[in-house]
Design a protein around this ligand. Sequence first.
Ligand code: 7TS
Length: 404
Amino acid sequence: MNKVHMDFPILKRLVKAGKHLIYLDSAATSQKPLVVIDAMDAYYKEMNANIHRGVHALAEEATQAYESARMRIGDFIGVKDPREIIFTKNTTESINLVAKTWARQALGKDDLIILTPMEHHSNLVPWQILAAEKDLELDFIDLTPDGLLDLNCYERLLERKPKLVAFTHMSNVLGTINPVKEMISMAHQAGSVTLLDAAQSVPHMSVNMKELDVDFAAFSAHKMCGPTGIGILYGKAELLSGMPVFLGGGDMIKKVALRSFQPNDLPHKFEAGTPPIAEAIGFGVAVDYLSGIGMDQIAAYERELTAYAIERLEEVPGVTVYGPKVEDRGGLVSFTLEGIHPHDVAQILDGEGIAIRAGHHCAMPLHQNLGITASSRASFYLYNTRADVDALVDGLYKVNKVFH
Ligand code: 7TS
């Protein structure tokens, strides 16, 4: 796996004081392999045209490349029907789309939405906005002390027949991988629609939306070797086709009169305006790249690296590691160092060329739940190595020395 390092040009660069970059912030955004950068470059150099409109050669080629990317991204998550793969800006926009169209139509006063306290703000705030507008109730599945969802609590909440259950596949702070297949099946038995925030799972493990039988799912290209500015909303065709439109404008219409319009067919109905074409092409190449390595291999590699990281971090005096045991988690570790603010930890590590994230990681309620205001987080991807973990641990000894 270490040879994939060579595929990522940025990992060769030097940062502070001539140190080699050690990038441990892939949960925020991953680095991009050269094949993805080259594919986007080639689009602009050889094919640039708007899609779905022109009849000229470039427009046809660009349209074909864009739609081919949609098919390959669909394949990557077990979805054969391109009508169910909507290109959006990112995970955040995908979830907002569902909140502002399906949920706004389907939910009314006093209806219940079930969420979890480990959600990223982007699977929390859209529901808060809708709850205020429609007078809905939000309730939350309790966390166990080791950072898992309490499924007994979930069962009790489902007795109240929520209209929607929305949860993350993997926590971006605790690393917890939730038992989503079971949770989706339980929700369906209670008659609820399900939405999966797959921003941290699809990049790191094999996820098949059809096997999960989830109703909606959201993820972003930039966390999975692809470019920024593009993400996916997966939705079951029967739900998507009954939903009101999201944004209005070009491409999302079949017919327009002065006072009315007829929406386009899926998936274009939800893709108003010129989409991020180069980004879709880059995203397609990113999933080809990940498939070429193998998602099961990536997941196993990250699990082994995370186990090593937890073991090594626990050697460092004053470190508290958050989240469940390694069997229940993905490739990231959040921790605090006693008496030292996470921002100071990140700053000293930065001086060593080590990039981690410090703060609330867009999960303020979860930090409150943990009784802290901030944490440091090292997150891994296929290009990280045990040597990166060793550098992190050496860096933390240095932080301790500076502060004590
Ligand atoms: N959901 C989860 C679970 C996430 O981790 C993130 C981003 C998002 C949604 C939002 O994704 P976006 O592409 O729409 O921004 N998480 C992080 C993070 O942990 N650090 O920076 C961004």
